[in-house]
Design a protein around this ligand. Structure first.
Ligand code: ADP
Length: 235
């Protein structure tokens, strides 16, 4: 019975997702076919209209790419990873590509034990969280990334804190809904996917935010692994 209930729940959320997808894909398609019909009736396309079409196609592509994650929940390959080293590597990407007017600060807790994660998936989660933080600070600001251990539940975490626009309280519980976005070019799938990935890791993602003050996002991982080999090869 429990299995059936779970299946029902999964189908219900899948139905919601599919309805959202249909809507998200229909809008750009309507705009693209509108332009094409217009060109058929009149003269050659202008550079501006081609730009619009190109943007819409890119948006469709980005939506489809993210959907592939749901269609084929990727096989999770757990690897033994030092959270601190992992965070440093991901942050290198951002400090090298440099976001304008953004100051990155890193605060790593020493002597954290290794965790078992799928580095590719968690990198996707962390990059998305940091991109969100950057986009929340169009006029510049500070991003503080830290690692730590939360003793109450024995969870290890990566935290990303920004000094950006924050999230209005009434929107906080919508953030993980598929396609919820406040951005003109957002897909609203980043946090939905992050939530899925963290859940699959036996962990979770938490957002605390105050409008106008900034946002703190934590991703939390359980420590260790059952049946962990005494002398693992490290990965
Ligand atoms: P997207 O970035 O495409 O909008 P996400 O699922 O990653 O999709 O985020 C959903 C929404 O959550 C964003 O549109 C934004 O309103 C809000 N949000 C996420 N992170 C932050 C942040 N650091 N600061 C302010 N708002 C945020």
């Amino acid at each position: 019975l429990e299995e059936q209930v779970r299946r029902q729940e999964r189908l219900a959320s899948l139905g919601k997702l599919v309805a959202g997808v249909a809507h998200e894909i229909k809008n750009p398609l309507t705009s693209i076919s509108g332009y094409i019909q217009y060109w058929q009736r009149s003269k050659a396309p202008t550079a501006k209209s081609l730009n619009t079409i190109y943007r819409e196609v890119r948006r469709l592509d980005s939506i489809v790419n993210k959907l592939l994650f749901f269609a084929k929940p990727t096989n999770q390959v757990l690897t033994r990873v030092s959270l601190n080293q992992f965070v440093e590597e991901v942050l290198n990407f951002f400090t090298e590509t440099q976001a304008d007017g953004i100051k990155f600060t890193l605060k790593l807790q020493e002597n954290l034990p290794d965790v078992y994660i799928d580095p590719g998936q968690i990198e996707q989660v962390l990059i998305n969280i940091i991109f969100n933080a950057i986009q929340a600070m169009p006029g510049g600001g500070e991003i503080m990334v830290s690692t730590g251990h939360q003793a109450a539940e024995n969870l290890f975490y990566i935290e990303v804190r920004d000094t950006g626009c924050g999230v209005p309280e009434q929107l906080l519980d919508k953030l993980f809904d598929p396609f919820f976005t406040t951005k003109a070019k957002g897909t609203g799938l980043g946090l939905t996917i992050a939530h899925e990935i963290m859940h699959a890791h036996g962990g979770r993602i938490e957002v605390k935010s105050r409008e106008g003050a900034g946002t703190t996002v934590q991703i939390l991982f359980p420590g260790g692994r059952k049946n962990e080999p005494e002398t693992g090869v490290g990965c």
